[in-house]
Design a binder for this molecule. Structure first.
Ligand SMILES: COc1cccc(Cn2ccc3ccc(-c4cc(N)[nH]n4)cc32)c1
Length: 245
């Protein structure tokens, strides 16, 4: 997979060379290039923003540098990349989205700042490449860089050969392979820690009983914390009331 990242804060992506994602790059499983948007400015102050038409607080990112940055990336690409634009108004980025992105050969990430990017940038981009505007959640960041770091980690770890034990990708929370329930609690040595013991079932050696316990734990957690993932099951509090009734 090839990823191009356009940002006014290229140093944000230095951490990518650490950890698993860095190893994936060294193994040739993914390559990314970080581009400073200001490379496509032509004024003395390397201006990337201006005041919003229609008034309002803050500044908006000018379209010209973005257009030239995309021209440069497209000009070097054999086929158009998919443009990924983090924004509070995007479609929710979920595990299923990560799987979709992991199947794509080339991603181009646009990291906005200020109050966002002039809308014509995405409008024009749609005439020459697929575009996905994605939100990481219902909260507002100051820019797209943190979102791209999260998206890249979620996507690259799904690439074949990146994660040591592919089986560990199957049981995960929100995994599309599983029921999409939340992760069950995990334990390791010591057996007892500060008066807290490992659940005995996990020491039983009965794989069926362990699997059943883990499924129940996942379901219980999902009901309590994410009833939205079980659309036809009311939240735990209501279940308690119903059982008491
Ligand atoms: C565009 O509308 C905005 C309204 C108020 C602030 C900002 C700040 N901002 C600039 C670029 C940018 C890119 C992504 C995000 C973002 C994504 C998620 N899930 N939360 N926040 C926020 C961004 C933008």
């Amino acid at each position: 997979m090839q990823a191009d990242i356009v940002t006014i804060f290229p140093d944000y992506f230095a951490p990518l060379d650490l950890s698993l994602i860095g190893k994936a790059r060294a193994a040739g499983l993914v390559d990314w290039r970080v581009h400073d948007l200001r490379a496509w400015t032509h004024d003395r102050h390397r201006t990337v923003d201006d005041t919003p038409y229609g008034g309002g607080a803050g500044m908006v990112m000018k379209p010209e540098p973005w257009g030239e940055a995309f021209d440069a990336v497209l000009g070097r690409a054999d086929a158009p990349p998919t443009l990924v634009v983090p924004t509070p108004s995007g479609e929710p980025f979920r595990q299923a989205t990560a799987h979709e992105f992991a199947a794509l050969p080339h991603l181009l990430f646009a990291c906005g700042r200020y109050e966002g990017i002039d809308a014509r940038v995405v409008e024009h981009a749609r005439t020459r490449m697929p575009v996905r505007e994605v939100s990481l959640g219902d909260y507002v960041l100051n820019g797209g860089e943190v979102a791209v770091l999260a998206i890249l980690e979620a996507v690259v770890r799904l690439l074949p050969g990146v994660v040591g034990n592919p089986a560990s990708l199957v049981e995960e929370s929100h995994s599309v392979a599983g029921a999409g329930w939340l992760e069950y609690p995990v334990y390791t040595k010591p057996l007892s820690w500060r008066g807290l013991d490992v659940p005995p079932v996990l020491l039983s050696g009965h794989h069926g009983q362990v699997a059943a316990w883990r499924a129940e734990q996942s379901l219980e957690r999902t009901r309590a914390r994410r009833p939205d993932l079980l659309p036809d099951t009311p939240p735990a509090a209501e279940i308690g009331d119903a059982e008491l009734a």
